[in-house]
Design a protein around this ligand. Structure first.
Ligand code: HEM
Ligand SMILES: *[C@@H]1O[C@H](CO)[C@@H](O)[C@H](O)[C@H]1NC(C)=O
Ligand SMILES: *[C@@H]1O[C@H](CO)[C@@H](O)[C@H](O)[C@H]1NC(C)=O
Ligand SMILES: *[C@@H]1O[C@H](CO)[C@@H](O)[C@H](O)[C@H]1NC(C)=O
Ligand SMILES: *[C@@H]1O[C@H](CO)[C@@H](O)[C@H](O)[C@H]1NC(C)=O
Ligand SMILES: *[C@@H]1O[C@H](CO)[C@@H](O)[C@H](O)[C@H]1NC(C)=O
Ligand SMILES: *[C@@H]1O[C@H](CO)[C@@H](O)[C@H](O)[C@H]1NC(C)=O
Ligand SMILES: *[C@@H]1O[C@H](CO)[C@@H](O)[C@H](O)[C@H]1NC(C)=O
Ligand SMILES: *[C@@H]1O[C@H](CO)[C@@H](O)[C@H](O)[C@H]1NC(C)=O
Ligand SMILES: *[C@@H]1O[C@H](CO)[C@@H](O)[C@H](O)[C@H]1NC(C)=O
Length: 340
């Protein structure tokens, strides 16, 4: 930045000039910190990148109706651990303990092969230009819009990490067994507020979950000898069929029983009907006195309000601690650090 100087004739105007200059510098730095990503980052270097990403996902959806949900979840699990830096995509190596083997991801996170297909298609069009972290952000937006949800201008310019943080993934990503106050803390730790929490939880409008993540609610909830009292009794009966006691913890069911593959606001009407699948879903509506309740009601009554908030909150999540400028690198293979 060019130095800012003012001529002055008195010491008092000189010191106020200094304060003014310092204020301008500070404002510039703060602005920079918040505005490093840009919707037009690849406008000249890879103008078709969004289309390329979207085309690969459309292709993948033909054989896997779940893939859109799986891809947005990868962006979430990336951003909550050391920021949106594609750390989640790195495989184990001599120097890396992969986040893929962290508790929230192991035998759960999926879609890595499709990310690799997207990366190959993007590299064919614009070699060495687009980061894996930006691919995850673009894939999240495409996945939502291709499923009937909102579109938004994805901010771009993230770079890829040189490391992973498996212990960070173990502790920073929310689990479905936590209290609302713990979940709220984990969001707040990455700068996301209660509106973001409720809006982003609305991503559970599509995709699947394994019995092991909610079967604790079905028979003996918290050692009470009874099911979770906040679970709708007819929905409970359905879930008990899908997840018999002592059955396989890996059986799958839809996160949104109403419209399993569509991106809409039914997730929120489900919560009003005591049909949230995960304990942490239902807590948003059933925790008495919580600030989340009125937000759930608002999104249940207006899909437009939900879509608008969701798009804003995805941008907020995508802004978590990106690597920019000359930090990190543009990986050529999303699974490994360049030259390793
Ligand atoms: C609020 C805290 C959250 C918790 C506790 C949570 C937990 C979970 C769990 C346990 C699953 C099932 C995984 C499996 O069965 O293998 C899941 C699936 C999913 N989550 Fe979340 N999640 C949360 C927030 C989010 C957010 C913020 C997003 C995205 C913006 C998201 C998107 C998804 C999607 C789309 C799926 C389905 C994935 C698939 O079918 O492959 N979740 N989540
Ligand atoms: C972008 O994609 C369209 C088709 O989707 C193609 O016609 C056009 O040539 C591409 N532009 C560039 C710069 O690759
Ligand atoms: C990378 O890790 C994934 C998930 O753990 C695994 O399926 C895949 O085989 C690994 N790929 C390579 C090239 O090691
Ligand atoms: C993450 O959690 C798993 C399961 O508890 C544990 O085996 C692994 O060592 C943890 N990773 C780190 C780096 O703490
Ligand atoms: C790993 O993540 C934890 C929790 O998010 C954080 O406190 C820690 O600083 C991270 N470690 C590294 C080396 O980035
Ligand atoms: C909430 O977080 C605290 C502090 O990390 C932990 O001791 C407690 O077990 C958590 N509670 C739940 C329900 O997860
Ligand atoms: C959360 O932040 C958004 C701005 O992204 C703001 O509009 C909203 O009112 C905030 N919500 C709460 C509960 O503070
Ligand atoms: C429920 O779990 C508690 C604590 O684990 C246990 O003491 C109790 O016997 C269980 N009740 C039933 C009906 O299985
Ligand atoms: C589940 O297994 C426990 C012991 O592991 C047994 O006591 C119980 O009867 C079994 N329940 C059913 C429904 O099979
Ligand atoms: C249970 O779900 C049904 C719809 O399947 C709904 O009519 C009923 O009101 C729900 N019950 C509760 C307690 O929310």
């Amino acid at each position: 930045m060019a130095p800012i100087s003012f001529s002055s004739s008195s010491s008092s105007s000189s010191s106020s000039s200094f304060i003014l200059a310092a204020t301008i510098c500070l404002a510039f730095i703060l602005h920079q910190a918040q505005a490093q990503l840009s919707a037009t980052f690849y406008a000249t270097t890879c103008p078709n990148v969004s289309t390329i990403v979207s085309n690969v996902i459309q292709q993948a959806l033909q054989s896997d109706t779940r893939i859109a949900a799986s891809l947005i979840r990868l962006h979430f699990h990336d951003c909550f651990v050391n920021g949106c830096d594609a750390s989640v995509l790195l495989n184990d190596s001599s120097s890396i303990q992969s986040e893929k083997n962290a508790v929230p991801n192991f035998n759960s996170a999926r879609g890595f092969d499709v990310v690799d297909n997207i990366k190959t298609a993007v590299e064919n069009a614009c070699p060495g230009v687009v980061s894996c972290a930006d691919i995850l952000a673009l894939a999240a937006e495409s996945s939502v819009s291709l499923s009937g949800g909102p579109s938004w201008n994805v901010l771009l310019g993230r770079r890829d990490s040189l490391t992973a943080n498996q212990s960070g993934a173990n502790t920073s990503i929310p689990t479905p067994f936590e209290s609302l106050s713990n979940i709220t803390s984990k969001f707040s730790a990455v700068g996301l507020n209660t509106t973001d929490l409720v809006a982003l939880s609305g991503a559970h409008t599509f995709g699947r979950a394994q019995c092991r993540f909610f079967s604790g609610r079905l028979y003996n909830f918290s050692g009470t000898g009874n099911p979770d009292p906040t679970l709708n009794t007819s929905y409970l009966a359905t879930l008990q069929q899908i997840c018999p006691q002592n059955g396989s913890g890996t059986a799958l069911t839809n996160l949104d029983p109403a419209t399993p593959n569509g991106f809409d606001n039914n997730y929120f009407t489900n919560l009003q009907n005591s049909q949230g699948l995960l304990q942490t879903d239902q807590e948003l509506f059933s925790t008495s006195g919580a600030a989340t309740v009125s937000i759930v009601n608002n999104f249940a009554s207006s899909q437009t309000a939900f879509f608008q908030s969701f798009a804003q909150s995805m941008i907020n999540m995508g802004n978590i601690s990106p690597l920019t400028g000359s930090s990190g690198e543009i990986r050529s293979d999303c699974k490994k650090v360049n030259g390793s």
